[in-house]
Ligand binder design. Structure first.
Ligand code: NCD
Ligand code: ZN
Ligand code: ZN
Ligand code: ZN
Length: 352
């Protein structure tokens, strides 16, 4: 028997739509179609493109490219670099957050110079999320800077027990801090690495089941505020090459995995809504989408295949996974944009 329920249009604070500069992996059309098929009606795009989003011109360029081509609403994050600090005041109302890359990952935005980091944390407006890619011990440094400069800190893709504990302590100490976890860290561990090969390689990497248990604990006790897909598509060729790129797609598998976990009593539907809608909406202050909802069937079971995906990369680390919970319908501002099979549009908006 189908068990249909309605959810709000979900919000993903962390996606890489890859346009401009890496449209062999994804573009605004395919990336936002993947969002819609996954139940996301609003996504926030990261700045680590080959030509990064670190100036008013590159930001406007992205908006112009996305305009009238997006199936979901799309907003943007700005990139931190020594050269982009001068633009913070000019662009702050046109973006949802600042992204600071404190460890090596895809792209060219690594920042490790303490003096430049201090300038970034001190110059970014205190009421807007300052998002960090800060793994393990680097998180200590980010927390210290955020404390010193009273930032609204958002920690991306946490994966380690140590990180959950640090964030819990920081919250107890009264810091203005939020964090996200990806579904690959919630549903895969280092045990899956052998089978997946480079299709299981991402930053931060898959960790132990002990770390994973702490993430689930953080989901339950409220230390973790939201799910971010970190949708980071790369082509199969890039993954199979000599120096495989880090990152995995996630927009189309996150909600199905979470619904499956609801069926397994690992979390409640109310908590899923907080993690994928209420908290990202509040923390990133995204506009409310009127007459927008997602209908899911909590009972429908199926196996994830690569062929059914909208993402241009055409693969997922969750291929073959048994799922119970299907997106049946997505409505954006009274328009049917997904009927469980077909996508209609583009009806998305570029947010500023
Ligand atoms: C991301 C990418 O490919 O853009 N890769 C990843 O492994 N997560 C960058 C990032 O989010 O660190
Ligand atoms: Zn039933
Ligand atoms: Zn990252
Ligand atoms: Zn990312």
């Amino acid at each position: 028997m189908p068990k249909l329920i309605k959810l709000p249009g979900l919000i993903d604070p962390h996606v890489h739509l890859r346009e401009p500069g890496a449209t062999q992996k994804e573009d605004f059309v395919t990336g936002t179609k993947a969002a819609i098929a996954g139940g996301y009606t609003l996504v926030l795009d990261m700045p680590n493109n080959p030509i990064p989003t670190i100036s008013p011109e590159t930001l406007q360029g992205k908006k112009d490219l996305a305009n009238s081509r997006v199936y979901a609403d799309v907003g943007f994050h700005f990139g931190a670099s020594s050269k982009s600090i001068q633009y913070f005041e000019v662009i702050k109302d046109q973006v949802f957050g600042l992204k600071v890359y404190m460890n090596p990952t895809t792209g060219d935005l690594l920042m490790q110079d303490d003096q430049v980091l201090e300038k970034v944390f001190s110059a970014w407006p205190k009421d807007k999320p300052l998002m960090v890619h800060a793994e393990g011990d680097t998180l200590q440094k980010a927390l210290g800077l955020a404390k010193k400069f009273s930032n609204k800190l958002h920690v991306c893709h946490i994966s380690l027990k140590q990180e959950v504990e640090l964030i819990k302590q920081a919250k107890e100490a009264g810091l203005n801090i939020s964090c996200e976890v990806t579904c690959h860290h919630l549903f895969l561990t280092d045990q899956d690495k052998e089978k997946l090969g480079s299709f299981g390689m991402m930053k931060p990497p898959l960790e132990s089941s002990d770390d994973q248990q702490t993430l689930w604990q953080g989901i339950t006790d409220g230390t973790i505020d939201m799910i971010g897909s970190d949708h980071a598509p790369h082509t199969k060729e890039e993954k199979l090459g000599k120096k495989p790129a880090f990152g995995v797609p996630g927009l189309e598998t996150s909600l199905p995995l979470l619904l499956t976990a609801v069926g397994d009593s690992k979390l409640t539907i109310d908590r899923v809504i907080e993690l994928t809608y209420t908290n990202p909406q509040k923390i990133f202050n995204t506009p409310v989408q009127e007459n927008t909802f997602v209908e899911v069937d909590l009972e429908e079971s199926y196996t994830i295949t690569n062929e059914s995906l909208q993402t241009k990369c055409g693969w997922t680390p969750f291929v073959g996974r048994e799922i119970t919970g299907k997106v049946k319908k997505v409505v954006l501002r009274d328009q049917l944009v997904y009927d469980g099979q077909n996508i209609f549009g583009p009806y998305g908006q570029v947010l500023s």
